[in-house]
Write a protein that binds this ligand. Structure first.
Ligand SMILES: Cc1cc2nc3c(=O)[nH]c(=O)nc-3n(C[C@H](O)[C@H](O)[C@H](O)COP(=O)(O)OP(=O)(O)OC[C@H]3O[C@@H](n4cnc5c(N)ncnc54)[C@H](O)[C@@H]3O)c2cc1C
Length: 553
């Protein structure tokens, strides 16, 4: 996307007069916008966030971008350490028509993106008494979980639940009504749930809490300004610890149907999955594999019905798939045959994941996979076209080859593909595969991760899973990973937090996204209440409130 620097504000004044772009501000402050060395955090309120001894001889430094550490994670084919290179989004210069006067809205917190993370962030913040506006471009809440028709992952690998708090509230309510099965022994790898019921409950909980929910509303432009808390000169040159600071998001312009709204807030939370808000605001970010730029594969789920699940489950058991009460993972022979004979277009996955969730004769199928960049113009349509073709081919093969599918049709196609990986915004720390492997539990942990590093790559069978934690173990996701480094009042939650390409393969799953949303909602509310930057908020305060709300950190 190209951006011009000479665009004008609503009153026609050149951009420069009204807005201080982040890049311009940093230049004025003597900093280099890309690759500013950010040292430790002492003096910036992220208490308990200094370098940590994770194990004898191993220091985890919050410095970011980190130095390139060479080698791989022992026992795994994953690069070590943080990523050295990051992109710099262009200055926020995308202005709507200068003639169109926006409706002015002022609030405490503006959450952009109402997916797994955003619905939790907004609702929790409102439950704590903050005034919250939630901006979601789709017509429903839930993001991948509802529009993507994904089955919620299990919330633990044995040894009890790893995610509680708002997640439990959401699922408990659904299971009480027969719309989900509360996770336990029998639910195995998944949390059976009806996505339409989840969507209803998410909206009901948000509105009950008093969230001003804006659906069909897309954040299209961001106004940034100097925050008044200018960084010290030493921080600005990168010679001493401390974040660059000094820039805030003042307002976000939102296109809601035909109305243009300008939402001014004290704090913003980017829950767009792709880091769209941070991008519009000029944040530093990462995208794809550090060496190749490769972005994890995309998948489109479909529902097939009517399916005789008894016949299907018996067949899968007999042919050697991994079979649980609600899920089948396998049918690898079928996929490899389709791939070998060219009966499926493009790579697709090496096996098929089948969930029956809450339905007696309907199953969801996740087997398609392609590799592209959905953030490039035209990229999404290309991805979708391939995945839709693959799904038709895979369903035809199931109908003709697998007992139970004979009279089924594709009765529902996910509205959007699963975009596993988008922009990852730079925070005060970048979580790595090594942190996950060591199951580090930092003092400022605000959510637990437990899922293996699951990279959907174009090599091998499509899915490369590694870095399994031992049963019941987990790693902590630091508060530093959800506080934006470049903007003083921006937090992020869900897929766009500050992690490496590999670490995202683990943190991206829905229950963890929900837990991160809850943490961001809590942090934003406390920072507004105390009139401090999220970076100046002691992580211990966030943790204490999360524990009060039943969350696990
Ligand atoms: C095929 C598939 C397989 C998956 N496998 C699993 C699995 O096995 N287990 C598991 O737990 N999870 C799985 N997931 C992953 C999980 O659902 C997501 O990673 C998780 O939902 C990420 O949450 P998020 O809130 O960051 O992003 P999303 O859920 O993508 O939500 C982001 C939201 O932001 C909105 N948005 C973006 N830009 C703007 C803007 N400018 N203005 C307004 N709104 C905007 C989008 O419309 C969207 O609703 C899968 C998902 C799919 C679809």
């Amino acid at each position: 996307m190209t951006h011009t620097d000479d665009m004008q504000t609503e009153d026609g004044a050149p951009q420069e007069r009204r807005l201080i772009s982040r890049r311009g501000f940093l230049k004025a402050a003597g900093a280099v916008s890309l690759g500013v060395a950010v040292g430790g955090l002492s003096g910036y309120g992220l208490s308990g966030c200094g370098p940590k001894e994770s194990s004898p001889g191993q220091t985890v430094s919050p410095t970011l971008p980190g130095p390139m550490v060479t080698g791989t994670v022992p026992g795994n084919d994953l690069p070590l350490g943080a990523e050295p290179a990051a992109y710099q989004a262009p200055s926020p210069t995308l202005l709507p028509s200068p003639e169109e006067a926006p409706v002015e809205i002022t609030t405490d917190i503006c959450v952009v993106g109402g997916g797994a993370a955003g619905m939790a962030a907004a609702t929790v913040a409102a439950e704590m008494g903050a005034r919250v506006v939630l901006v979601e471009e789709a017509f429903i809440l839930g993001g991948n979980v509802t529009r993507g028709l994904v089955s919620l992952d299990r919330v633990g690998w044995g040894g009890g639940l790893m995610v509680e708090g708002w997640y439990t509230k959401l699922i408990r309510g659904l299971s009480d009504q027969g719309d989900a099965v509360f996770p336990g022994e029998q639910t195995g790898l998944t949390t059976p749930c009806d996505p339409d019921a989840l969507r209803r409950r998410a909206l009901a909980l948000a509105r009950k809490a008093g969230v001003d929910v804006r659906l069909g509303a897309r954040a299209i432009w961001v106004e940034v300004a100097a925050s008044g808390t200018a960084p010290s000169s030493s921080a600005a040159t990168g010679s001493s610890p401390g974040p660059p600071g000094g820039t805030t998001i003042k307002s976000v312009l939102v296109r809601e149907q035909t109305t243009l709204a300008k939402i001014t807030a004290s704090a913003f939370i980017d829950c767009t999955g792709d880091g769209n808000l941070g991008y519009l605001a000029g944040c530093t970010y990462w995208l794809g594999d550090r060496d190749t730029g490769f972005i994890q594969g995309q998948t489109l789920i479909f529902f097939a019905a009517p399916v005789n699940v008894d016949q299907l489950w018996s067949y899968a058991r007999a042919e050697g798939s991994q079979v649980e009460e609600y899920r089948i993972v396998g049918l690898r022979h079928l996929m490899s045959e389709l791939q070998g004979t060219g009966a499926v277009e493009g790579p697709a996955q090496g096996g098929i994941l089948i969930d029956r969730n809450m339905w007696p004769n309907t199953v969801s199928i996740s087997a398609s996979e392609t590799y592209g960049n959905h953030l490039e113009p035209g990229g999404l349509a290309q991805i979708l076209a391939t995945l839709e073709t693959q799904n038709k081919q895979i369903h035809q093969a199931l109908r003709s080859r697998v007992p139970g599918f004979e009279s089924s049709r594709i009765v529902r196609l996910a509205e959007r593909p699963y975009l596993r990986e988008g922009r990852r915004l730079a925070g005060y720390y970048q979580l790595t595969a090594v942190d996950i492997q060591k199951a580090l539990k930092p003092d400022d942990s605000i959510a637990r991760g437990y899922y293996p590093v699951d990279l959907h790559r174009s090599v091998g069978a499509g899915i490369v899973q590694s870095v399994y934690l031992s049963i019941g173990d987990w790693y902590g996701i630091p508060y530093r990973c959800i506080v934006a480094r470049d903007l003083d009042n921006l937090l992020m939650a869900g897929r766009c937090i500050s992690v490496t390409h590999e670490a995202l393969g683990s943190t991206r799953i829905s229950p963890v996204s929900i837990a991160l949303g809850q943490a961001a909602g809590v942090a934003a509310t406390l920072s507004v209440r105390k009139s401090v930057r999220p970076a100046d908020l002691p992580a211990a305060d966030v943790r204490t409130e999360l524990h009060k709300q039943g969350a696990l950190t």
